[in-house]
Design a protein around this ligand. Structure first.
Ligand code: EPU
Length: 421
């Protein structure tokens, strides 16, 4: 397994291009299952999770090819040969469950493995199941698999979600495009990735209104056609690199960055003392003199502060002046990075879903290990600001969600390299 070595202390200056959003692309790719005609996605990120989704779609009989070095995905689901998402693939990546809604809508049936445990929380699928049952699906759990069928076809319905789940909103939105009649999703997730999916589905001929609000209305159509769609900018990669100058000083321009993707996050960055400027090409961030200031953070569904930036924010607050309180409200076990940061000298008290972080002058490099994607990158950021050398192992987590992280950071002056084990 590869490791990443970071030698801290170098100021960072320059531009970092931000890729297309992993989590948008992972929802857009299964949308190909809804149509016999080709779907082309541009601005796709080059990540191992995208390759896993490619493998899954291919196992269902879809043709998926990566063009232009992986930045373009050409998919076609002319003749599907299977409706089964196998445990071997689903256990690697939970987003595999996003084939459930499209397969049900197109094939009238789907067999999808339940994903099992996950490093950041239990992550059940009850909201997905309840939502699809409201559209007329019959779903049983047997042998660890959800067996879903829609004997009479899916029918539009009122679908109130007990929580604004991103994945459940995506599954029911895709299923509803081909259901008979009108579906009204209430308490829908409002994330930019949902808006991106709705925009792509509309290009494919779906009739959707209200994406980006809590109520999405879908008028079912008989069939969807082909389309070409550019994946929205990755707001989590954007937020991650926007934090970098807080650790190192200097000025970073994140190319493709947009304020509407990171509103609540930017408010916290400014409160911590970072200066953010909109430019023609993206967002520029610089650290005002001295250490960042402590801020309190509560993670919430969009437009609140994203859980996917909590680990990176915590790493930054480890050297802020004062004590910060971070409350994680989306996942019950998403503080695995805290004990690793403490190995670097951070002062963190954990109690349930709350972390109290008292800033120290400087972290010190150490060998560290991470159990999930966002935790891994938080340790790299911490290493950039730390004294000495930080070795981050289990880098495969990082490769799921950050393309060319060493190249992007070394291009702006970081001392970072990957070593093969
Ligand atoms: N939940 C349930 N039942 C369900 C579905 C969700 O209880 O049926 C709970 C989950 O256990 C969790 C909360 O609801 O506590 C939020 O889950 P949600 O369904 O909104 O998340 P997701 O669709 O599984 C996506 C992203 C995550 C991101 C979350 C929250 C993708 C592929 N994944 O997951 O991304 O953290 O939304 O914004 O879109 C990451 O990229 O590192 C990542 C984990």
């Amino acid at each position: 397994m590869d490791s990443i070595i970071v030698r801290g202390g170098a100021e960072l200056n320059g531009q970092i291009p931000i890729a297309g959003a992993k989590n948008a692309c992972l929802a857009l790719m299964p949308a190909t299952l809804l149509s016999e005609e080709p779907l082309t996605l541009t601005n796709a990120p080059r990540l191992s999770d995208i390759r896993t989704m490619t493998t899954l779609l291919q196992s269902l009989g879809a043709e998926v090819s990566a063009l232009a070095g992986g930045k373009v995905l050409a998919a076609s689901s002319h003749g599907l040969t299977s409706s089964r998402a196998d445990y071997e693939i689903v256990r690697k990546m939970r987003a595999s469950n996003l084939v459930l809604g499209p397969l049900l809508a197109r094939e009238g049936q789907a067999v999808v493995s339940l994903p099992g445990g996950c490093a950041i929380g239990a992550r059940p699928m009850d909201i997905h199941i309840d939502a699809l049952e409201r559209l007329g699906a019959v779903i049983d759990l047997r042998d660890g698999y959800l067996h879903a069928s829609a004997p009479a076809g899916l029918r539009g319905a009122r679908v109130p979600l007990r929580f604004a789940s991103v994945g459940a909103t995506e599954n029911v939105l895709m299923a509803a495009t081909l259901a008979k009649g009108t579906t009204i999703i209430e308490n829908a997730a409002r994330e930019p990735e949902i808006v991106d999916l709705a925009q792509c589905l509309r290009k494919m001929g779906a009739q959707i209104e209200g994406e980006g609000t809590a109520t999405i209305t879908v008028q079912g159509v008989d069939r969807l056609h082909g389309a070409t769609h550019a994946v929205v900018t990755d707001r989590i990669e954007l937020g991650t690199y926007m934090l970098a100058p807080a650790f190192t000083g200097g000025e970073i321009e994140c190319l493709g960055g947009r304020l509407d993707l990171v509103g609540a996050f930017v408010e916290k960055l400014e409160a911590a003392g970072l200066e953010i400027e909109e430019t023609e090409r993206g967002l520029k961030v610089r650290r005002a003199a001295g250490r960042p200031r402590a801020v309190n953070v509560v993670t919430e569904p969009f437009p609140g502060f994203p859980t996917d930036l909590q680990a990176q924010m915590m790493a930054m607050l480890c050297t802020a002046e004062g004590t910060s309180v971070l409350e994680e409200r989306i996942f019950e076990n998403r503080f695995m990075h805290a004990p690793e940061l403490m190995r670097m000298g951070a002062r963190i008290d954990l109690s349930g879903g709350t972390a109290r972080v008292t800033g120290v002058e400087r972290l010190r490099g150490a060998p560290v290990m991470a159990t999930d994607l966002r935790a891994s990158v938080s340790l790299i950021l911490a290493g950039l600001g730390a004294e000495g050398e930080t070795v981050v192992s289990r880098v495969y987590h990082l490769d799921r969600g950050y393309e060319q992280v060493e190249q992007k950071l070394s291009a702006v002056g970081a001392r970072i390299e990957r070593v093969a084990a």
